[in-house]
Ligand binder design. Structure first.
Ligand SMILES: NC(=O)c1ccc[n+]([C@@H]2O[C@H](COP(=O)([O-])OP(=O)(O)OC[C@H]3O[C@@H](n4cnc5c(N)ncnc54)[C@H](OP(=O)(O)O)[C@@H]3O)[C@@H](O)[C@H]2O)c1
Length: 237
C-alpha cells in the first residue's frame, strides 16, 4: 500500500504516537489539531513526510474544508480526537457535554463521510472509544455515553464503508498520557483491580491500532485494551 495515513487528533497523546509510527515507516501522514499552528508543530516533531491540517470535529460543518488538503489515496484513517469533559448530573455543563457529544457522535462519521471516496479499497479505519463505556467514574457522564456510541456506531457504518474495514479501540487508563500526570492514586487504584497488575501504555495502544489497521480480516472489532480490567467481574472484591 502506498497511500497516506490520516490521524485526526494527533497534536498529542495516542494520535501523535500513531502518526509517528507511520511517519517512521516512510509513509505520508496527515496530522490534525483544531489549530493549524499546533498541527504544524506536531508535524515538525513527528518528522518525515508529515503534514499538519486544522479540523474541529465539534464544528462538523467545517470538517470538509479542514480535510480538503488531503490528497488520496488514503490507506488508513485513525480518529482518536477527544475533548476532555468532566460532567456530573448535579453540576451539568451543557456546553462541554454538547461539544464532546458532537465531536464523537457527529464528527467521527462526518470525517469518514468526507474521506471515504479518497480511501483505498483495502484501506481501514480505527475509531476511539474507551473503558468508561463499561466502567463509569465521577465525571464520566458524557464520556460513558459517547464511548458507548462509538461501539455501536460501527454497526451502522460497517456495510456503508465496505470494502474499507472499520474497527474501534477502547483503552483503559493509559498511564503515560498527559491527562493522568499527577493522578498516581487513581492509576494505582485501577491497577489493583487489573489482572495483569501492569499499566496500559501508549505503545500498547499504538500496537493494537496497527493490528486493526493492517490485519485484512479485522473488521467490526471493538477491541478492549485494558489489561483485563473490564473483564474482571468478581462478585466480591
Ligand atoms: N488517555 C487515556 O487514558 C484514554 C483512556 C480511554 C480512552 N481514551 C481515548 O483515546 C483517544 C486518545 O486519547 P489521548 O489521551 O491520546 O487524547 P489527547 O492527548 O487529549 O489528544 C486529543 C487530540 O484530540 C484533539 N482535539 C481536541 N478537541 C478536538 C476537536 N474538537 N476536534 C478535533 N480534534 C480535537 C486534540 O488536538 P488540539 O487540542 O490540538 O485541537 C488532540 O490532538 C480519545 O478518543 C480518548 O477518548 C484515552
Amino acid at each position: 500500500m502506498s497511500g497516506s495515513v490520516v490521524v485526526i487528533g494527533a497534536s498529542s497523546g495516542i494520535g501523535e504516537a500513531i502518526a509517528k509510527h507511520y511517519a517512521d515507516q516512510g509513509r505520508t501522514v496527515y496530522v490534525s489539531s483544531r489549530e493549524q499552528e499546533r498541527a504544524d508543530e506536531a508535524a515538525a516533531r513527528i518528522g518525515g513526510d508529515t503534514h499538519g491540517i486544522a479540523v474541529d470535529l465539534a464544528e462538523p460543518a467545517g470538517i470538509a474544508a479542514g480535510l480538503a488538503p488531503i490528497e488520496g489515496p488514503v490507506d488508513y484513517l485513525v480518529i482518536p480526537a477527544v475533548l476532555r469533559d468532566s460532567n456530573n448530573l448535579r453540576e451539568y455543563d451543557i456546553e462541554g457535554a454538547t461539544k464532546l457529544a458532537v465531536l464523537k457522535v457527529v464528527g467521527y462519521p462526518e470525517t469518514i463521510h468526507q474521506l471515504i471516496d479518497r480511501m483505498s479499497d483495502d484501506g481501514a479505519i480505527v475509531l476511539f472509544g474507551g473503558l468508561a463505556k463499561e466502567k463509569p467514574y465521577p465525571g464520566s457522564t458524557n464520556v460513558t455515553s459517547v464511548n458507548g456510541a462509538v461501539e455501536k456506531m460501527m454497526n451502522g457504518l460497517i456495510l456503508q464503508v465496505a470494502p474499507v474495514r472499520i474497527n474501534a479501540i477502547h483503552p483503559g487508563i493509559v498511564a503515560d498520557s498527559w491527562f493522568w500526570e499527577g493522578k498516581q492514586p487513581v492509576i494505582d487504584a485501577v491497577l489493583a483491580k487489573t489482572p495483569t497488575g501492569k499499566p496500559v501504555l501508549t505503545e500498547h495502544i499504538v500496537d493494537a491500532t496497527v493490528f486493526l489497521l493492517e490485519n485484512p480480516s479485522a473488521n467490526g472489532v471493538n477491541l478492549q485494551i485494558d489489561g483485563g480490567h473490564q473483564a474482571r467481574n468478581l462478585i466480591f472484591d
